[in-house]
Design a binder for this molecule. Structure first.
Ligand code: DAH
Length: 337
């Protein structure tokens, strides 16, 4: 019986050892066969039960087994140790190391930081407001009539009848004016939401920077001067610009500012829709009705406001033709900036 087991275990060991490739497997082999509770020790334990006559014979067999197993084990151990030593020695320290990729700022943040630093240089502070806004701050206080199309579910994500995801950063103007007396001079960056079909030109979420300056005798000329100073710093000194009359419920008069298309230099191309001009922002003088809504005396104060899309600004500056790339987080795009 026991001699059968000895044969089996020898075969078992020979099979296992042929599969051992590294120190970890070697240790598993040792635990299985040679450790205190290993298969070989178990056989020695069983020797007690053998008869007096059998004991010397079996004892011999067992010793032979133990010696064979130990020897083979030690040989393999030496072999594996020397292989591992060799592979350690083979490391070539003069090779360049692995490059670790570190994160960088998203193009939108870079663009926003640049816009912020230009306006800070012009005396503006930076103030943020919430993305969940009241219908009143987003529309009513900004002089939107009750039936304005932007108030439609088609265009705006409503939370309930009184609250919504802000569709622009203009409501932060209301929040600031309700809290502070003039002079007020701030830009207000942030995320905004619109219920629009997603395409290369529009996305359901994007970013804007709002600007507001209110004081005694603020003029349209100052608005122009400030925005032109910004555009020169941001887009380049040699740029041509123009202001076109426009309409926004919260400004009167209202305008849109264009710069010469820097791709075709005004000759007309696909990006500027063959007009030679690119619209970069909306602006105007704060409507007296808005001042009334925040209890500013519209006889005493005047002010200007402006708003621009950060994605659009970055698209124009870097010649990107699809707004969705800002949200895809595609490494190939992000790595370029
Ligand atoms: N809120 C406008 C929009 O989302 C942008 C804008 C236009 C903001 C004119 C202004 C402004 O402050 O004066 O399209």
């Amino acid at each position: 019986m026991l001699d059968e087991r000895i044969k089996k275990i020898t075969a078992h060991f020979n099979q296992d050892i042929s599969a051992v490739k590294d120190t970890k497997q070697l240790e598993e082999l040792r635990l299985k066969f040679l450790s205190r509770n290993g298969l070989v020790s178990q056989l020695f334990d069983e020797l007690k039960n053998a008869s007096k006559e059998e004991k010397p014979v079996l004892g011999k067999l067992l010793n032979a087994l133990r010696n064979e197993v130990t020897e083979k084990f030690n040989l393999l151990k030496d072999h594996i140790d020397s292989l591992e030593k060799e592979s350690v020695e083979k490391i070539d320290l003069s090779l360049p190391g692995f490059e670790r990729t570190i994160g960088s700022k998203h193009l939108l943040i870079q663009t926003l930081n640049e816009i912020k630093s230009i306006f800070k240089g012009l005396g503006f502070s930076v103030i943020e407001g919430p993305e969940l806004e009241s219908d009143y701050n987003n529309f009513g206080a900004l002089n939107f009539p009750p039936d304005h199309p932007a108030r439609d579910m088609q265009d705006t994500f409503f939370i309930n009848s009184d609250f919504l995801l802000r569709t622009h950063t203009s409501p932060v103007q209301i929040r600031i004016m309700e809290k502070t007396k003039p002079p007020v001079r701030a830009i207000m960056p942030g995320r905004v939401y619109r219920n629009e079909a997603i395409s290369s030109r529009s996305y359901c979420v994007f970013h804007q920077v709002e600007g507001l300056y209110v004081d005694n005798d603020v003029t349209f000329a100052e608005l122009k001067g400030t925005l032109v100073a910004f555009a020169h710093q941001f887009y380049g000194e040699n740029l041509k610009y123009r202001f076109r009359p426009s309409f926004f419920p919260f400004t009167e008069p209202s305008a849109e500012m264009d710069i010469t298309c820097f791709l075709c230099h005004g000759k007309g191309c696909k990006v500027c829709k063959h007009s030679g001009w690119l619209e970069i922002l909306g602006c105007g003088m704060v409507d007296p009705n808005v001042f009334d809504n925040v209890n500013y005396d519209h006889e005493q104060y005047t002010g200007y406001a402006f708003g621009m899309g950060i994605e659009r600004t970055a698209l124009l500056k870097y010649g990107i033709d699809d707004i969705r790339v800002f949200f895809d987080n595609d490494f190939r795009f992000l790595k370029q900036f």
